[in-house]
Design a protein around this ligand. Structure first.
Ligand code: NAG
Ligand code: NAG
Ligand code: NAG
Length: 386
């Protein structure tokens, strides 16, 4: 049975390849099915970590999956001292490395907030961005840091203070992944997006055109009223996840922090490599209902995938959706977990391996009573039901 499924899947990828070269731009339908689920991080059980939160994940061109989360040592709150906890898989998500703890905050009260992860597919260097003092608990200046790895996430550089280049306005990357542009304009550019404090809140993107040596920050979309205390209903985009479409534009799918216009996602688009996101291309996707949470988006072979807690009010009911028309309509939905859930992120392995072209990975916060209980990895076969 598994063999038959595999042959069908290989065939559908092959046929899709043919279609792509033909006149039709119509992607072949997917039929996602969960094939494996594992709890990778469980709070309160291993060592002294109270709560694991904020899952981020990247797949490397060498075929490894790297997951990074905040290990919140003494409480579940956003501030407080943390470790960066890392687990890696070299066999497509079946087995995972022992937990590695990197960058101990010690007793620092407003420690690291993740963050984004991205891989430069030309140099194979991996970058992680995070912020210190995002809540101004213990200091007057927030600092954005970057660490990098040249060995597939096994060891990491010392943190580099990139506020020296991008300025000291608070910048909270992601959470999610960053990208390297595959298409013009600015092919090869690395970019990653984030947001500022809730009062200032602007969506900004960092870009590097020299493989991560230097970074520039572009303020993309500002909140209204800008720089002032917000009320429910104000316009305040937060926690953005970008993706690139084959025309070289960047689409950002963002949290709608104060539920302006709808309890749903804000969509923005940039045609200049993430430097500007003109308002005439901004819209609200009323199908993607959302309680204000960090969500996952991924684009592969003509299909856009989206994961969030599909509810207007509650952080529960984690759902995967998919679209064949760049997010205009969402004909497909796969329920993942009906009970409490929160942040989620999506990833595929960016290799030419047929198996990697058929599997999507979803990392999300999951619990029975509280979404902060654990972080779970789901492996999804895209042609599972065919
Ligand atoms: C990081 O650099 C900025 C800008 O130079 C500086 O204001 C800030 O104090 C630095 N952060 C730390 C922790 O040294
Ligand atoms: C570019 O980054 C390097 C370190 O990678 C740093 O030494 C240099 O000062 C940066 N240049 C600018 C213009 O920020
Ligand atoms: C999706 O966007 C790409 C450009 O990035 C375009 O070529 C394609 O036709 C679009 N698909 C649909 C169904 O609109």
């Amino acid at each position: 049975m598994a063999d038959v499924r595999r042959i069908v899947a290989v065939l559908s990828v092959f046929l899709f390849g043919l279609c792509q070269h033909g006149s039709s731009q119509q992607p072949s339908p997917v039929s996602p099915l969960i094939v494996e689920e594992q709890l990778l991080y469980v709070g309160g059980t291993w060592g002294e970590v109270h709560t694991y939160r904020i899952p981020i994940m990247v797949g490397t061109p060498k075929g490894n999956l790297i997951t990074v989360v905040e290990a919140r040592q003494y409480s579940s709150g956003d501030s407080g001292p943390k470790f960066m906890a890392i687990r890696r898989s070299e066999d497509k998500g079946s087995t995972w490395s022992e937990m590695a703890y990197v960058l101990n905050d010690g007793t620092f009260q407003d420690g690291m907030n993740l963050g984004t992860i991205l891989v430069d597919e030309i140099t194979n260097e991996i970058f992680v961005f995070y912020t210190h003092c995002a809540h101004y608990v213990q200091c007057k200046v927030a600092t954005t840091y970057m660490v990098s790895s040249r060995d597939e996430g096994k060891s990491w550089s010392d943190p580099r203070n990139i506020s020296q280049e991008i300025g000291t306005q608070m910048f909270a990357p992601g959470p999610g992944y960053g990208l390297q542009k595959k298409y013009a304009p600015h092919k090869g550019r690395l970019f990653t997006c984030g947001h500022s404090t809730l009062n200032m809140n602007a969506i900004s993107c960092l870009v590097s055109d020299n493989h991560g040596k230097n970074w520039t920050k572009y303020d993309a979309v500002k909140s209204i009223p800008y720089g002032q205390r917000k009320k429910t209903g104000d316009f305040c985009p937060g926690e953005p996840q970008p993706l690139e479409l084959p025309d070289g534009s960047i689409v950002v799918n963002a949290r709608n922090q104060y539920l302006y216009h709808c309890h749903c996602r804000i969509i923005m688009r940039s045609y200049d490599g993430g430097e500007t996101f003109p308002l005439e291309h901004l819209y609200f996707d009323e199908t993607l209902i959302d309680p204000a949470v960090a969500a996952g988006v991924y684009y592969h072979n003509g299909v856009m995938y989206f994961s969030n807690t599909a509810s207007e009010v509650h952080r529960s009911n984690l759902m995967l959706r998919w679209s064949y028309d760049n997010g205009t309509t969402w004909p497909g939905a796969l329920p993942i977990w009906a009970k409490p859930a929160a942040y989620s992120t999506l990833m595929m392995l960016p290799t030419n391996d047929v198996d990697d072209q058929q599997h999507l990975y979803l990392l999300y916060e999951k619990g029975e009573k509280s979404s902060a209980e654990s972080i779970s990895l789901v492996k999804i076969s895209l042609y599972g039901n065919l």
